[in-house]
Ligand binder design. Structure first.
Ligand SMILES: [Zn+2]
Length: 349
């Protein structure tokens, strides 16, 4: 597996609406394997690979990561943040981050919780859950110095390097850089195919499937496949029935999440192809959380859609963990679908 590409994708910065660094990686990787590429006004990168011109398949992999923008800079140079995407404030203690100044400078800083020292807290105060509003950012500069580098609305991302960890891989925002990775690698592995394929690196998924919504309208596919991460709560403290997926057990074939119920015949096709080719897979039922698959399914008059998932432990923290073999299984199943789903019958009686 091309771990250096996955590492590069994980370490790149791109909050919703600021996916430009990711777009340029995807563009570079797909340039030699597709027929054309365009960027729409939402920032979606739509790469097209021609087939026989009879049916269209759209892949959606979101590029954006949960992050922040600068909301306020106080007189002493401390900044407060507006989150873009679903952070759990309990996971944000003692983080390092980057403030991406408007002139392109990456300023390292720390994120700290604005509270009294522990020995001054009342028992009542000590019990309160943390809130995003009470975190502030310190990049070690005065307000005056900052004024030349940072403006309200500039991007802030958490800082963490990606690395191999046993048979697994850890890093920030593997949700959904591993999905982008799977899309790139499947497009590179693609052999003979009849479907016209639109590989779309989407934007703004983390704040409501926004890029995929407009891209699916534009592409108007016959088949939609979203690639994303899913919960993998197979660790201490989580009941067996609530694990959703297990790390290393294979690609997740999504039956449902809160944005969609996957097309039943496409679910069966994924299962049958996995069985036939010995691709490790697991069936996924996710009670909460949505994916771009939901946006594709409900575009225009509705589309045959599913999401393929890479199980991810510690999701929406800076230490998301995926299994290398699960990512490989996702690449294999997606490649097979691209090559073979043109002849499948998805009609419902
Ligand atoms: Zn995601």
């Amino acid at each position: 597996m091309n771990e250096s590409l996955l590492k590069e994708l994980s370490e790149a910065a791109g909050i919703p609406s600021r996916e430009e660094a990711l777009r340029s990686i995807v563009r570079r990787e797909l340039a030699s394997v597709v027929d054309s590429m365009e960027v729409d006004d939402m920032g979606n990168l739509i790469a097209f690979k021609k087939g026989r011109g009879q049916k269209k398949l759209m892949i959606a992999a979101h590029m954006d990561e949960i992050g922040f923008i600068v909301k306020h800079i106080d007189a002493r140079g401390f900044m407060s943040l507006q989150p873009l995407g679903g952070f759990d404030p309990r996971q944000l203690f003692a983080q390092r981050l980057h403030v991406h100044g408007y002139a392109g400078e990456r300023l390292p800083g720390v994120m700290t919780y604005n509270t009294k020292p522990a020995h001054l807290l009342t028992p009542e105060e000590a019990r309160q859950s943390p809130t995003i509003e009470k975190f502030f950012v310190d990049v070690g500069m005065s307000a005056e110095e900052l004024g030349e580098k940072v403006r309200i609305g500039d991007m802030v991302t958490l800082d963490r390097n990606a690395e191999r960890c046993g048979d697994n891989f850890i890093g920030k925002c593997l949700d959904n850089r591993v999905g982008v990775f799977v899309m790139i690698e499947a497009m590179k592995a693609l052999g003979e195919h009849e479907l016209d394929i639109y590989a779309v690196a989407t934007t703004q998924e983390e704040i409501g499937l926004r890029g995929a919504t407009t891209a699916a309208y534009a592409v108007n596919p016959d088949i939609g496949i979203a690639l994303d991460t899913t919960l993998c709560c197979d660790y201490p403290g989580s009941a067996d029935a609530d694990a959703v997926t297990r790390l290393g057990d294979g690609v997740g074939i999504k039956i449902m999440d809160s944005s969609m119920v996957s097309h039943p015949k496409l679910v069966n096709l994924c299962r049958d192809l996995s069985e036939r080719d010995d691709i490790p897979y697991q069936m996924e039922v996710l009670p909460r959380g949505g994916t771009d698959g939901g946006a594709i399914q409900r575009a225009r008059e509705g589309n045959v859609s599913i999401t393929l998932s890479v199980p991810t432990r510690y999701i929406h923290t800076v230490n998301e963990m995926i299994s290398i073999s699960d990512a490989e299984a996702a690449i294999q199943l997606l490649t097979t679908l691209l090559q073979e789903s043109h002849s499948a019958d998805f009609s419902l009686e």
